[in-house]
Design a protein around this ligand. Structure first.
Ligand SMILES: *Cc1c(COP(=O)(O)O)cnc(C)c1O
Length: 224
């Protein structure tokens, strides 16, 4: 292994205050890297491609909690529904419906986050704040017995300007508070704020994140 996964992992973990969890983003990295982190006690890993996740799920320990962090096509939901722990990037009502449907078939309740689009980049997926308000105001989600909305996820713009990143994450935090008060005031499960990646997670820690998604800083650069 040409990358010191174990010491990198601890370097990240050592900076995390209580109550913040690490999702180790293992996409494009081989099983041996995941096993190295697993040996150190890491159990939550994130992947962004259904097929890659399927292969890793089949060959790695069963107590790994897999988070799906990428853009998920509705026709792929059925493949991950039997085992995925959390789907972090729900960006449409259509996708939410499909997750509920497939989870019901498996007799499961799948945890999800709603993905916000706050970053200025046009290419990023996610719900605008207004679209997210609309989705929750619509109320259909209340009837979905097989999904549990646990909070919000976002990716900040990929820029050097730390003030811009901080601004975007603060918008996400304020929006979380707004949705919490309006729709989830008595639902303790709605508590997760997933922001922060390798380059910007220290800012996320200052803006109320509960979950950081870190890949490169632990596993090194991805080979696509
Ligand atoms: C790849 C990815 C990450 C991890 O990015 P790093 O810069 O490698 O830490 C986090 N979140 C999402 C949604 C990703 O696709």
């Amino acid at each position: 292994m040409d990358y010191d996964v174990k010491s990198n992992l601890h370097e990240v973990l050592d900076t995390l205050p209580q109550g913040v969890r690490l999702v180790a983003i293992s996409k494009y990295h081989p099983n041996e890297y995941i096993e190295a982190a697993y040996e150190e006690g890491q159990r939550v890993f994130g992947e962004s491609h259904e097929q890659e996740l399927r292969l890793k799920h089949q060959s790695l320990p069963a107590d790994i909690e897999w988070h799906f962090i990428g853009h998920l096509q509705t026709n792929k939901v059925k493949y991950i529904a039997p085992y995925v722990s959390m789907i972090e990037a729900v960006d449409s009502l259509k996708l939410l419906r499909e997750i509920n449907k497939q989870a019901e078939k498996c007799g499961r309740v799948i945890k999800v986050l709603l993905e916000l689009h706050i970053a200025e980049e046009a290419t990023k997926y996610g719900l605008t704040l207004d679209a997210c308000r609309e989705l929750l105001a619509g109320g259909e989600w209340r009837e979905m017995k097989n999904v549990q909305i646990c909070g919000l996820m976002m990716m900040a713009s990929f820029v050097e300007d730390t003030e811009q990143i901080r601004r975007e994450m603060t918008i996400a935090r304020d929006f979380f508070d707004e949705m919490k008060e309006k729709y989830f005031a008595d639902d303790a499960n709605f508590c997760e704020r997933s922001w922060g990646m390798s380059d910007d997670y220290p800012i996320a820690l200052e803006t109320g994140t509960t979950m950081i998604r870190v890949g490169t800083k632990i596993f090194g650069p991805r080979v696509y």
